[in-house]
Design a protein around this ligand. Structure first.
Ligand code: AN7
Length: 356
């Protein structure tokens, strides 16, 4: 019997489309191949021909970041690096810490104090990263990371490292492979703007290779309190409940604008209320528990349809759900209220349920 490896990860799966050499280690935690789930409720609400959710929360560390991180860490090893560093709103640091642990590298993560969801912080810590919290926002943390890397022998694994985008583009490949062609629309949350840029790279590459017959219109959504691309100005003090995308000066700003313009798409923003409404709708109407930032893609599509700016009749739309809801349990509990607490007694439980 041969060696069984049923889930080889994105490096092995998409090797021919990635900058991989014979010296690149085939690192993997089984990332990628995430579920593309057809909507059963919101599709009808927005009158879409077909609406799919790509559930990136099913990746090994619970977010889309694993696609880019596996390649970035593999290339860091190939280049002889011993340590990696990133700034993060949480998911990048969780992913960097996991793949660094797997590869035997030291990971250093710089995060904004008080604005990283509990699950993400727990991940960075248990994977053994060196965690430093700065009293500032993500943009301050990224600035410090750039300066640290100029003075110390560490590899930056934020998306200013191009391998991150190269790996992340496999999300675009996957959904085209599953659908048989590109969708009409691709909706995606925007924070540091790496993922939207990577998806566009992936679609363009597949199109050039004639794996797909067309490219989708890309719809990116920032949070209204952290919307530098929509406002065309740096936001010095970004604020949103969606802490993952609480970013005021995205690293891949120009690439995201290119993705928008070349694809005939839109970058718009959604309010915290709209984000939380779609966060609850995804959980309660679709059975998909995502983190608040991920709901921005769905909130954005619903908003554009509601305002008459988008007609999805006969169109296929894919919303990228970037991160798992378990990352941010506090938000879910806060929105849902407390459960009833009673004695272990049949009548008491019936009374709590209103069944007597
Ligand atoms: C769940 O982890 O920037 O536009 O430091 O965690 O590619 O930045 C996270 C971003 C969307 C935005 N959804 O993606 C980080 C970080 C989730 C995220 C985004 C993030 P980009």
């Amino acid at each position: 019997m041969g060696t069984i490896n049923p889930h080889p990860g994105v490096l092995a799966h998409y090797r021919e489309y990635l900058p991989i050499t014979d010296a690149t280690p085939m690192l993997s935690l089984g990332e990628g191949d995430t579920p593309l789930v057809r909507s059963t409720s919101l599709e009808g609400e927005i009158g879409a021909g077909a609406l799919y959710f790509k559930f990136e929360g099913a990746n090994p560390t619970g977010s889309f970041k694993d696609r880019g991180m596996v390649l970035t860490i593999a290339k860091a090893i190939e280049e002889g690096s011993r340590a990696v560093i990133c700034a993060s709103t949480g998911n990048t640091s969780a992913s960097a810490a996991a793949y660094a642990a797997r590869a035997g590298l030291t990971a250093v993560v710089i995060v904004p104090d008080g604005y990283v969801a509990l699950g993400k912080l727990a991940q960075a810590m248990i994977y053994g990263a060196r965690v430093v919290m700065v009293r500032g926002n993500f943009d301050d943390a990224l600035d410090i990371v750039r300066r640290l890397a100029a003075a110390h022998p560490v590899t930056v694994v934020n998306s200013i490292n191009h391998y991150r985008l190269e790996g992340q583009k496999t999300g675009a490949f996957e959904l085209c492979d599953v659908l048989g062609d590109a969708p009409d629309y691709l909706a995606i949350p925007v924070g540091n703007a790496g993922n939207i840029s990577a998806y566009w790279m992936g679609f363009c590459q597949y199109h050039a290779l004639e794996r797909i017959s067309r490219t989708p219109h890309v719809l990116g959504f920032e949070a209204a309190g952290a919307a530098p691309i929509v406002r065309n100005a740096v936001v010095p003090n970004p604020e949103t409940v969606a802490t993952a995308i609480r970013i005021g000066n995205p690293a891949s700003w120009e690439l995201a604008v290119e993705a928008r313009d070349q694809s005939g798409g839109v970058i718009d923003c959604v309010t915290d209320d709209e984000i939380l409404d779609s966060y609850q709708a995804l959980a309660q109407r679709e059975g998909l528990f995502v983190e608040p930032a991920s709901a921005a893609s769905v909130a954005g599509v619903r908003k554009l349809v509601r305002e008459g700016k988008l007609d999805l009749t006969d169109k296929t739309t894919v919303c990228i759900l970037t991160g798992n809801g378990l990352k941010d349990p506090d938000r879910a509990v806060m929105l849902s209220g407390d459960a009833a607490r009673v004695d272990p007694d049949l009548v008491a439980v019936e009374r709590a349920l209103g069944w007597n």
